[in-house]
Design a protein around this ligand. Structure first.
Ligand SMILES: Nc1ncnc2c1ncn2[C@@H]1O[C@H](COP(=O)(O)OP(=O)(O)OP(=O)(O)O)[C@@H](O)[C@H]1O
Ligand SMILES: [Mg+2]
Length: 267
């Protein structure tokens, strides 16, 4: 039985490109016939809408899987994109911090739900911009983390806290968790600020930073209103093409991981 590789896409800072990175990496891998599940763990539900699904209130969504004990396979939706599936979000996720707080081991609920997810090659969890029980559940259930960092002022703000959280999760709930890579998003080649952020982030994270820079591209914010990842909405756009390159890099690291056991471990 194959076991899916589970990625959290996480950064507690808002608007850095977590959802865009989640859905476009997932789509790029689906395009090469990897069976991929996107789990939308953000009450905003942006990943759900961006792959053309609907936010679901009441039944069969990531909230009911997490808190209500629904079976994962009953709640997953097919998307229009072959090989790509989504577990939609619900606004009710906003209550998870309070509702799970009194439970025994509340960080393990998602991990338990994913135990039966043996049908996928990759699972990408789109995390909310906060370090609450949703993100802790995602990190506990994951093999690795992808950290999007926006090429803007205060890019590294909050990243030190995220790294501390990852370190704590490794020491407690999930010793196998690794940082797969750091992706620089919304890069503007004409801006000196963007260039200096790239060099700051490379100083901080070293070779954990993927070579691919995701440029600022107007087609990316247009795509979600069509319910399509930019990869499908405008495949030739610079935004889409950069995500194709990023997916190739992710697969390359995956191969190294499998062949050499080389891990991009947290330092
Ligand atoms: N490379 C890009 N070029 C232009 N716009 C982008 C790019 N990447 C993301 N955006 C836009 O920036 C906004 C924030 O991106 P996104 O929703 O992916 O971030 P996020 O980290 O998931 O946000 P949140 O923390 O609210 O969940 C969106 O409107 C998105 O369309
Ligand atoms: Mg998001």
């Amino acid at each position: 039985m194959k076991k899916a590789r589970v990625f959290s896409v996480s950064n507690q800072k808002g608007g850095v490109g977590k959802t865009t990175t989640t859905i476009n990496l997932a789509t790029a891998l689906a395009a090469v016939h990897k069976k991929v599940l996107v789990i939308d763990l953000d009450p905003q539900g942006n990943a759900t809408v961006s792959v053309g699904a609907k936010r679901r209130l009441g039944t069969k969504n990531s909230y009911t899987v997490l808190v209500g004990g629904d079976n994962l396979e009953d709640c997953i939706c097919k998307t229009e994109i072959p090989y790509l599936y989504v577990l939609p979000a619900s606004k009710e996720l906003l209550g998870v911090d309070i509702e799970l707080a009194t439970e025994d081991k509340p960080q393990f609920f998602l991990k338990k739900a994913l135990e039966r997810a043996d049908d996928f090659d990759y699972i990408f969890i789109d995390c909310p911009p906060a370090v609450g029980l949703l993100t802790l559940n995602a990190l506990t259930a994951s093999d690795c983390v992808i950290i999007p960092v926006q090429c803007e002022y205060l890019a590294l703000e909050g990243v030190a806290d995220l790294m501390k959280t990852i370190g704590k999760i490794q020491k407690t709930f999930n010793p196998g968790l690794t940082v797969h890579g750091v992706v620089l998003t919304m890069f503007d080649g004409r801006s000196n600020l963007s260039k200096s952020i790239v060099s700051d982030v490379k100083k901080y994270f070293g070779d954990q930073v993927y070579d691919t820079l995701i440029p600022r591209n107007v087609r990316i914010p247009e795509a979600p209103s069509h319910g399509l990842p930019v990869m499908i909405y405008d495949y030739k756009s610079t935004g889409a093409q950069s995500y194709v390159r990023l997916a190739a890099e992710v697969l390359k690291r995956e191969k190294e991981f499998l062949i050499n056991g080389k891990e991009y471990a947290f330092r």
